[in-house]
Design a protein around this ligand. Structure first.
Ligand SMILES: [Zn+2]
Ligand SMILES: [Zn+2]
Length: 244
């Protein structure tokens, strides 16, 4: 049995929680504790982070991480029952598909996130569930998983969904989960850290920046996407800094 297959249950359950704990902590310490002066010019909203907000976000994040852990176990169960499309031998699909599968996972998650996020903004859902995430109108790295448990369940369900529909190697899935984590934490960091070259490139039009998601928290509407602006452009829900 391959080493990955042997320890897959552990990898599956702990991957997302460990990635989030490390990424949230590093971004928080760097931007809010160690070097706030260095990055001051890149802060999107100028007011400082209230300790009460941070305490609330960390409490909800702990519950969310437990839910992500349970969903990781669901992924393991799907694999054990032969219901997942995970494969463990790289040679089964080849290296080109390995790379394509990461892109497919990102596109599926972007679509899933956009439409579940739109759903969570409907009147009945917003006040009862999504409001927890929007209590942070000036987000911090710990806002990334500051969810009502129902929303945490909806967001964590992307991993079982992926392994059900996309043939993927556990390492490709891990690369995708790392990208997902960094993108989500960066989008809530409160800072726009991308340089001018990246911001002005022709691809930036389709990329969801930290500023986009920060505007979503400030206005509590528009900019529902996670990685890309496709869906926001197509559904006419895109808001730029210059819009009011
Ligand atoms: Zn958010
Ligand atoms: Zn929202």
């Amino acid at each position: 049995m391959l080493l990955l297959e042997k320890y897959f249950a552990l990898l599956s359950m702990l991957m997302v929680p460990v990635l989030y704990i490390i990424t949230c902590s590093l971004f928080y310490l760097l931007l809010y504790k160690w070097k706030p002066q260095t990055f001051q010019a890149k802060k999107i909203q100028t007011q400082s982070l209230a300790p009460a907000q941070l305490r609330r976000e960390i409490s909800y994040t702990i519950i969310s991480l437990l839910i992500f852990c349970v969903m990781g176990f669901v992924v393991y169960l799907l694999q054990r029952k032969g219901l997942s499309r995970l494969y463990f031998k790289l040679s089964d699909y080849g290296i080109t598909y390995f790379i394509i599968s990461i892109l497919l996972m990102t596109l599926l998650h972007d679509t899933y996130f956009y439409w579940t996020h739109r759903l969570l903004h409907l009147r009945g859902w917003y006040g009862k569930i999504h409001i927890v995430h929007h209590l942070s109108s000036n987000p911090s790295p710990f806002t990334a998983l500051s969810f009502h448990p129902v929303e945490a369940f909806i967001q964590a369900a992307i991993t079982p969904l992926i392994v059900l529909v996309i043939p993927c190697h556990p390492i490709a899935l891990s690369v995708f989960l790392l990208y997902m984590t960094v993108k989500n934490v960066l989008g809530h960091s409160g800072y726009e850290l991308t340089g001018n070259y990246f911001s002005n490139s022709k691809f930036s039009r389709w990329r969801n920046s930290s500023t986009h998601h920060n505007l979503h928290h400030f206005y509590a509407k528009d900019n529902y996407g996670l990685y890309f602006t496709f869906w926001d452009r197509w559904m006419k829900t895109l808001r730029n800094k210059s819009d009011n």
